[in-house]
Design a protein around this ligand. Structure first.
Ligand code: MLT
Length: 411
């Protein structure tokens, strides 16, 4: 009989969001008339913008004609899309890249997991706590860890607590590591790193021979002018960082699927024999073997995000979600609930009222206010006592949710 990958058995419970879904569906089955407001998983609620839809439709129409039909595309994505991304998203911030350094994919969740393929299992990994659960779980799945302890920390992984005391900015790892995950703007805490803080990380990585996995999936939600959108805005980052980006939240592509990973040519690792080798070459080898690229119409749609018209439309929606974030943050703060984030990210990280545990607050919020959020402890032990609300939602729902929370816990 075939052996299973036992590493999966080390994982605790189910993946966070399906577990939330299960509890919500149990509640709605028992209470069919309850008007439940979902601010849990960060899933967009606005449809694709007109410019993107038009390009998407055009792409589909081209597939209907033998003269313009597209079969397999390049596994790395079409050059024209990579060039548009470089010109519109990187060059204006002073970052020069080659199209061969930009790999188009079906999303940054997949890429930030699949990237582990090209790193030796012996590498020591540091992740934030709390953190986007994918980083932790995928390292457990590939066998980089032992079992979890009572608190939920896996043996062999290095955790960097992000607490109110350190402003939710991870401190440098307590021991020598080879890979450091940074998510900025942060999921779940909604906090960001300044240029100085990011420069300190780049300097640290260069000095300590470590590579940074920089997840910038929420960069489009940054509102403060001096916050970096890309780690490559920092000198030296091309020698020590891989960057992940996504069209999901930026342009409503959670159901369409498109993202990208940047691996600069300068980024090198070592072979078993100690020779230097390019991670860009390895990723190219991995993608061309295991991935057949993103569909042509989706890439057409993604390119339209960066047309003048498309960007103006997309920006309007981002602003709409960020106004939701302001309403949640200011509403709950006025009610005496401590809130963090929500200024440069679509997530508000709040301290549970009365020191309730994250899951107790989840259950109370669902059962008594009919509002769904995400328990902070689901993102890691240091998230206990905290809770995440997403700003993705319709205005009326967001206002109603805030009012219900105020009525229940407001001072
Ligand atoms: C979240 O709610 O944290 C995100 O939607 C999850 C994701 O992007 O995969």
């Amino acid at each position: 009989m075939a052996r299973i990958n036992d590493n999966y058995l080390k994982l605790q419970a189910g993946y966070l969001f399906p577990e939330i879904g299960r509890r919500v569906s149990e509640f709605t089955t028992a209470n069919p008339d309850a008007k439940v407001i979902r601010l849990g998983i960060g899933d967009v609620t606005k449809p694709l913008v007109p410019a993107v839809l038009e390009a998407f439709h055009q792409g589909v129409d081209e597939m209907a004609d033998a003269a313009t039909f597209h079969g397999y595309g390049p596994e790395q994505g079409y050059d024209w899309l990579a060039q548009i991304i470089i010109d519109k998203a990187y060059k204006p911030r002073g970052v020069e890249l080659k199209t061969t350094e930009v790999f188009i994919s079906d999303g940054s969740k997949c890429d930030s997991s699949n990237i582990l393929d090209i790193f030796d299992l012996g590498n020591k990994v540091a992740i934030g706590d709390p953190v986007y659960p994918v980083y932790n779980d995928t390292n457990v799945m590939v066998g980089r860890s032992g079992n979890a302890d009572d608190k939920g920390y896996y043996e062999g992984l290095v955790y960097m607590p992000c607490t109110e005391e350190n402003g939710f900015n991870p401190e440098f790892p307590a021991e020598k590591v080879d890979i450091i995950y940074l998510c900025c703007p942060n999921n779940p805490t909604g906090t960001v790193a300044t240029k100085e803080q990011l420069k300190a990380w780049v300097d640290y990585a260069l000095t300590n021979d470590a590579i940074i996995f920089f997840d910038a999936a929420y960069e489009a939600f940054i509102t403060e002018a001096d916050i970096p959108h890309s780690i490559y805005e920092i000198d030296g980052a091309k020698e020590c960082a891989i960057e992940f980006r996504s069209f999901s939240k930026t342009a409503g592509f959670t159901g369409v699927r498109c993202g990208l990973t940047v691996i600069p040519e300068e980024l090198l690792g070592t072979t078993e024999k100690g020779e230097k080798y390019s991670f860009n070459k390895l990723w190219n080898r991995r993608q061309t073997t295991k991935f057949n690229g993103v569909s042509y119409p989706v890439q057409k749609a993604a390119a339209a995000v960066y047309s003048d018209e498309g960007w103006a439309q997309v920006k309007e929606i981002i602003d709409f979600y960020m106004e939701n974030a302001r309403i949640i943050r200011e509403g709950l703060t006025a009610a005496g609930i401590a809130c963090f984030g929500g200024v440069n990210a679509p997530y508000i990280w709040l301290k549970t009222p009365g020191g309730m545990s994250s899951w107790d607050f989840f259950d109370k919020l669902l059962n008594e206010c009919f509002v769904v959020g995400t328990p902070g402890s689901g993102f890691g032990p240091s998230g206990e006592g905290y809770f995440r609300l997403s700003a993705f939602g319709e205005r009326e729902n967001v206002e109603t949710a805030v009012q219900r929370i105020k009525d229940k816990w407001g001072k």
